[in-house]
Design a protein around this ligand. Structure first.
Ligand SMILES: Cc1cc2nc3c(=O)[nH]c(=O)nc-3n(C[C@H](O)[C@H](O)[C@H](O)COP(=O)(O)OP(=O)(O)OC[C@H]3O[C@@H](n4cnc5c(N)ncnc54)[C@H](O)[C@@H]3O)c2cc1C
Length: 443
């Protein structure tokens, strides 16, 4: 497709060609709704450009359930490494007639007088009746402003810039944050023989397997991944929760920070300040490690209850026993031996280019299952948009299907964003529930 987009009109413009945008495109195709997908880079760019060399999924491959393209490889219980994930997305694009335009950034979104939207891009301005924003859950690398006080000779990277231990200068490394990225990067450095100092936050952990199966398989059976956000008392808090840490590396295993400490990694509480060449930490290491273990053991309790209630035949398994405890908590470390800091402190979103009043006071889009209060404007791929899987490979298909059904029914009803719609277009052929159930069967 030509990249001169000036004056082009599409029924739907999808912004973002990651798994969420591509899934939406697949469903729009099935519904016969004309559209275009704008991608500033290439599909898979987030995985290709912002993940480290040893990166792999923490969710098993069988959970990769993009619509029409479930994982079909030979290792459903394994965990795709970075380049395999990129290939999975590239193959997805090739698997259907995706009207994808690469190398185009949407720079402004406005409502159009009389209905619909104007999408200004680096390659001209196009118009659309509907816009689906699939620009990703993790857009802007976040670093605390403490970073400004790190001595100038210490190399600083965000987790999205970290590649491998050899790319850091020789010497000790301070990793800040123990979400998925921080724990896995700390492990990567630790396995390479680097002295790691790890500032441990309050993220929970989950065991890789329990009573003979991957914990993800148990939780899937227990319906955890299908629980809607509306079932939780405090949706906002659920959406802000840190992910549980665990790894898919080398076939998958627990991440046990206590075991790392036993083997020489230095653990601290939350980083609170950097001043006078010292990094200072809160006295919460014991609490954070205990909390992570308690969450993990609590998940095992719920699996035990499920096994009991269903009479499942599963082997018994002894519970976790801490292999190390902090003793006196170190409150500071001298930065003179530390040559690099890896900030694993998460990501934010940048929606400033979206000139439509659908955001709350914190800049979070107000929506119901991706459908905003502005008719015709949708989000997809937000963490916990509807379920745990919304921002992941396992749940985005359901959300794409929901949004496209919504778009199709809006058009069938003859009112799409205030624009009268001419009846009799192929949306009537939108696939049945049976179709979707069939395509979601694990390969
Ligand atoms: C460290 C890490 C580990 C993860 N591990 C897992 C895992 O094990 N399993 C799992 O299921 N999920 C995992 N995820 C979550 C999720 O699957 C990924 O974040 C995934 O990339 C989300 O897909 P997406 O399509 O919503 O967004 P993205 O992949 O971020 O895609 C958004 C796309 O939009 C494009 N874009 C953005 N703005 C514009 C614009 N203005 N104009 C044009 N294009 C634009 C970007 O270039 C990008 O290609 C992980 C995430 C992270 C950060």
């Amino acid at each position: 497709m030509s990249t001169d987009l000036d004056g082009v009109h599409r029924t739907v413009v999808v912004v973002g060609g990651g798994q969420a945008g591509l899934s939406t495109s697949y469903c729009l195709n099935l519904a016969g709704i004309d559209h275009v997908v704008l991608e500033r880079d290439r599909p898979g760019g987030e995985w290709r450009n912002r993940r480290w060399d040893s990166f792999c999924l923490v969710t098993p491959n069988w959970q990769c359930q993009l619509p029409g393209f479930p994982y079909r490889g030979s290792d459903p219980d394994g965990f795709m490494v970075r380049d395999e994930i990129v290939r999975y997305l590239e193959d997805y694009v090739k698997s259907f007639d995706c009207p994808l335009v690469e190398g185009v950034t949407a720079v402004r979104l406005r409502r159009r007088e009389g209905g619909g939207f104007r999408v200004s891009t680096t390659h001209g301005e196009l118009t659309a009746d509907h816009v689906v924003l699939a620009t990703g859950p993790y857009q802007v690398p976040l670093k605390p402003r403490i970073a400004e006080r790190v001595p100038a000779d210490v190399v600083q990277l965000h987790s999205s810039e970290y590649r491998n231990p050899d790319a850091l200068p020789p010497g000790e490394v301070l990793v800040v944050g123990t979400g998925q990225s921080g724990c896995q990067i700390a492990e990567d450095l630790h396995l390479a023989g680097r002295q790691v100092h790890l500032a441990v936050g309050s993220a929970p952990r989950v065991a890789r397997s329990y009573r003979g199966r991957d914990v993800v398989a148990w939780l899937e059976d227990m319906g955890y991944y299908r629980r809607g956000i509306d079932e939780f008392e405090d949706a906002d808090a659920v959406r802000l929760r840190a992910n549980h840490y665990v790894t898919g590396r080398e076939g998958g295993r627990d991440i046990d920070l206590r075991a790392f400490a036993r083997d020489g990694m230095r653990l601290y509480g939350r980083l609170t300040d950097i001043r006078d060449g010292l990094a200072r930490f809160a006295p919460d290491l014991t609490k954070n490690l205990d909390h992570a273990d308690a969450v993990s053991e609590g998940i095992k309790d719920s699996i035990d209850a499920h096994i009991l209630a269903r009479g499942v035949d599963a082997p018994a398994e002894a519970r976790y026993v801490p292999v190390w405890t902090p003793g006196t908590e170190p409150s500071e470390v001298d930065l003179s031996g530390i040559t690099s800091v890896v900030w694993s402190t998460g990501f934010g979103r940048d929606h400033r280019w979206i000139d439509v009043p659908v955001f709350d006071g914190r800049g979070y889009p107000t929506h119901e299952r991706g459908v905003t209060s502005c008719p015709g404007l949708y989000f997809i791929g937000l963490p916990w948009q509807h379920t745990w899987g919304s921002g992941r490979f396992c749940g985005v298909a359901d959300d794409a299907r929901h949004l496209v059904s919504h778009i199709a029914s809006e058009r069938r009803s003859g009112i799409a964003n205030g624009v009268p719609w001419i009846a009799g277009t192929p949306e009537d052929t939108f696939p049945s529930d049976e179709y979707w159930t069939a395509t979601r069967t694990v390969a």
